[in-house]
Design a protein around this ligand. Sequence first.
Ligand code: SAH
Length: 257
Amino acid sequence: MQRRPGFPARLDRPQAGAMTPTVPAARLARETQPPKPQGVGLDSAAVRARMVQRLAAAGIAAAPVLQAMGAVERHRFVDTALANQAYEDTSLPIGLGQTISKPSVVARMIELLLGAECARAGALGRVLEIGTGCGYQAAVLARLAREVYTIERLRALHEKAREHLRPLRLANVHLILGDGMLGYAAGAPYAGIISAAGGDSLPMQWCEQLAVGGRLVAPMAGADGRQLLLVVDKTLQGLKQSVLEAVHFVPLKSGVA
Ligand code: SAH
């Protein structure tokens, strides 16, 4: 049986002995709170390395993708209470009924994106992500693409992603509040378009905004309503579509809320 990663492995609690009975109750409560996982980042590298090993064992072969997944601290993108699950292969709630995709799905989709004809040596030009969510996938993409345009329709998540990404100082990530069903024309044409939400049909704008040689990876409802992973390559001859495995994403919705 596989051992669950013991993350965070160590929490440095404040010295209880340093307090005297004269400390006001509110301050006492504040000082005895366990620290947030930001303070224990020192232990996360090893847990992340194990996650990367599992991704490789599960078939992710592109070294740049594994490297990026090993570098981005996923625990910083989820609630403190969920931080100990951040490196398990599971999707997690990020608020407003939305979820951060599981690491294997993020890695799989980005690996597919890097299969675009116009991707050079594991790197992409401009990429559009539909569904910023908590900002995690955008941070991974930032290590593999020259520019990342990421669009979110829920204001609260757009703001949350901004908070999560701020300390990373990723100058090539552009956060947009808007309806990603319309794509984002200002950044087009894109070498890659990746959607973290699944619709019933492919928005025309996505295909229009894709560069020739570019690739789109998105979940899409099949004939029976089940979601399947769709890959669309734009060639000089037109669009080439492949339908891959079943997936499970939150729904693509229109409008800003
Ligand atoms: N990539 C994200 C996953 C978030 S889940 C992460 O790493 O956390 C998918 C997100 O897509 C949700 O936040 C949802 O609000 C958003 N979404 C759904 N329809 C959308 C649309 N039309 N435009 C922009 N975002 C959309």
